[in-house]
Design a protein around this ligand. Structure first.
Ligand code: HEC
Length: 266
């Protein structure tokens, strides 16, 4: 029996995939036969096969965490598996180095809601690229109907992930549109509709406290309001006074009023 000591010294790695992972690894035949020389040869000459691993539908975000580890490998098959894991990691490393923390690239390309410094903005094209969660109507005390209508969107993959874990995954972006409503008689009755957009509330999930010290981040989210005239620059200054108190009743559901979003129910 072979005894090989393989030391993998790795950092935590997180990366983003769209719908598939591209894995480079030694050819399966070599792995199965446990042909160490063949594996070494292939690894050295980069005669590796490329395999696409499809991810489940809707799983736009995946996180792979590899911890610093040392392992002793007792069988050839395990050695082959370990080598291919190391190759996968080596292949993925260039993709994760540099740029914003991967978990803040929070949606499809061009749709991000936060930059690497933690500045939020209204993501472009959220109306077509994001998932619709639900709406709120704020009653008008002065007469029948609503004075405001709010429509809430979430970055791609949020619904599937929330249904699976009842948690918002790292990087989730939520956008709430605020409309002034108008009410008029229609053939269905007295009806309020969204008449004029006045601005957006944006929240971005951060499970790791990346922006500690930034007053617009805390309690697991980045928080900002945007006037309709400037979707890329917030007027918010401190989430504790601008947002948190009002979201207190939703603290148990990660500060989000989930009861308004039936699509999140399992
Ligand atoms: C006056 C109280 C109040 C303030 C201030 C407030 N919120 Fe909210 N927010 C709510 C309520 C209540 C809801 C759900 C019902 C609604 O939209 O009227 C909500 C919903 C949201 C939503 C949709 C997701 C969810 O939680 O259901 C986002 C996003 C949001 N708020 C972000 C913010 C941000 C960011 C700030 C600060 C810049 C903020 N809110 C300030 C009360 C508030």
């Amino acid at each position: 029996m072979w005894r090989v000591q393989v030391r993998l010294r790795l950092w935590d790695i997180k990366f983003r995939t769209s719908d598939a992972l591209v894995v480079r690894e030694p050819k399966r035949a070599a792995q199965q036969q446990g042909d160490v020389d063949a594996i070494r040869r292939e690894s050295a000459t980069s005669a590796l096969q490329t395999r696409r691993v499809a991810l489940p539908r809707g799983a736009v975000w995946r996180t792979l965490e590899l911890r610093r580890s040392t392992m002793e490998v007792r069988s050839l098959r395990l050695l082959a598996a370990t080598i291919s894991a190391a190759v996968v990691v080596a292949t993925l490393l260039p993709q994760v180095s540099g740029g914003a923390p991967a978990e803040l690239r929070n949606s499809v390309d061009g749709q991000s809601a936060a930059d690497s410094q933690g500045n939020l903005h209204v993501p472009k094209d959220y109306r077509s690229a994001y998932e619709y969660l639900g709406s709120w109507a704020i009653a008008d005390e002065k007469g029948p109907g609503a004075k405001q209508i709010h429509m809430v969107y979430a970055s791609p993959g949020t619904v599937a992930a929330y249904r699976a874990n009842a948690r918002f995954p790292d990087g989730t972006a939520l956008v709430k549109e605020v409309y002034a409503a108008a009410t008029s008689p229609m053939t269905t009755g007295t009806v309020s509709h969204a008449a004029k957009l006045t601005g957006w509330f944006v929240m971005v999930r951060d499970n790791h406290g990346h922006h500690a010290g930034n007053k617009l981040w805390g309690d697991g989210w980045g928080w900002s309001w945007f006037d309709v005239t400037n979707p890329s620059k917030t007027t918010s200054t401190d989430y504790k006074t601008d947002c948190r108190q009002c979201h207190g009743p939703a603290q148990a559901t990660e500060w989000v009023y989930t009861k308004g979003y039936p699509v999140l129910e399992r």
